[in-house]
Design a protein around this ligand. Structure first.
Ligand SMILES: NC(=O)c1ccc[n+]([C@@H]2O[C@H](COP(=O)([O-])OP(=O)(O)OC[C@H]3O[C@@H](n4cnc5c(N)ncnc54)[C@H](OP(=O)(O)O)[C@@H]3O)[C@@H](O)[C@H]2O)c1
Length: 321
């Protein structure tokens, strides 16, 4: 099969298209013929080996040679003990723990997969598992009538989270670069902030801050929180993460606020309901660009350099995407 492989961490030039053996499913696993894979910031982080948490499992060299975690495709075969799926089923899911989605076939744990709704295309459902699960769990922490801020809201996760928050009656502010302000407004942000011009930790008091790209000190985040407010880091630098876990917990406890990590739970129970809302037309899927499999490096650059509005998809089988 064709796959986009790498042997070391680095810029997209380390990627190459190669013929590799088709993986075989073990007990509890499913072999999926991939039609589409969406790109997440976690793929870019895994490629670069930065922030440091992206090197878990391979400190100096990556242990996983094929990236790509949000897959959509057709079940080719199932391993021993799998009863929920059979060959021919149309499925999608997040295989972040195994990766391997930038390829014609990938193995997935059966528990990570859901059946694809017939109303959505493979490209559309491939955008949902990781970004959707984060967005659903982030917005679930907000209270109606409260003020929420999402830092990094113009990308894949933010595009879902802004819509979910607005639909729930939450006053939501989106922070991203100037090129994404109109996009965030169109998704339901009541206020938008260009992070290159304005420091959101000085613009107001928020009841909930969800940070997809944390870079700041815990004291800055604390300043931006209303009394009893909550700051949750989802992604960002290792330094910011460590500070939140250590000093942040203490600062929060001393000042009647909470600073912590949103450890996102994966699996269909966290994204399948979002798919239903997309089918119903309540939530829209924004696919900025679709790249063919040999152009995974261009697609990763496009996301990693922050140019994507919403999601970017790899059409592994363009005839069925
Ligand atoms: N906690 C968990 O369990 C868990 C699980 C899975 C994934 N994650 C993490 O969740 C995050 C998901 O991100 P995503 O896929 O939604 O990313 P994305 O699509 O790349 O969106 C991130 C957005 O943030 C913007 N940005 C970059 N630097 C910024 C800054 N300093 N201030 C404000 N905005 C900034 C980017 O645009 P520009 O670069 O152009 O500015 C981009 O629009 C990733 O960090 C991933 O590692 C966490």
């Amino acid at each position: 099969m064709k796959a986009v492989v790498r042997d070391r961490y680095g810029l997209p030039v380390v990627l190459r298209v190669e013929d590799v053996p088709v993986p075989q499913p073990r007990a509890g696993q499913v072999l999926v013929r991939i039609i589409a894979t969406s790109v997440n910031l976690s793929d870019w982080e895994g490629l670069r080996g930065w922030p440091a948490y992206a090197r878990i499992g391979g400190l100096f060299r990556p242990s996983r040679h094929i990236l790509g975690s949000d897959i959509a495709g057709i079940v080719e075969s199932v391993g021993p003990g799998v009863t929920g799926f059979r060959p021919g089923d149309e499925v999608y899911g997040d295989i972040l723990s195994m990766v391997g989605g930038f390829a014609e076939y990938a193995v997935a744990p059966a528990h990570a997969l859901a059946l694809k709704p017939a109303e959505l295309s493979f490209a559309e459902v491939s955008t949902l598992p990781q970004s959707g699960a984060i967005a659903v769990q982030a917005v679930a922490r907000a209270k109606p009538g409260g003020r929420m801020l999402i830092n990094g809201a113009g990308g894949g996760t933010g595009a879902f989270a802004l819509q979910l928050a607005a639909a729930a009656g939450i006053d939501v502010t989106g922070v991203d670069n100037a090129g994404k302000l109109e996009f965030m407004r169109s998704l339901g942000a009541t206020e938008v902030i260009d992070y290159r011009v304005t420091d959101f930790t000085r613009t107001g008091r928020y009841d909930l801050i969800v940070d997809l790209v944390a870079r700041r000190s815990v004291f800055a985040y604390r300043r931006a929180l209303a009394p009893r407010g909550t700051y949750l880091i989802v992604g960002g630098t290792m330094r910011a993460l460590l500070r939140v876990i250590t000093i942040g917990a203490l600062v929060g406890a001393l000042t009647g606020r909470r600073l912590g990590v949103l450890a996102v739970k994966q699996g269909p129970e966290h994204f399948a309901q979002l798919a239903e809302r997309c089918v119903a037309g309540d939530v829209h899927i924004h696919i900025d660009r679709v790249f063919p499999l040999p152009q995974v490096s261009e697609a990763l650059s496009y996301v990693g350099e922050g140019r994507a509005l919403g999601k970017v998809v790899i059409a592994v089988d363009p005839s069925s995407t």
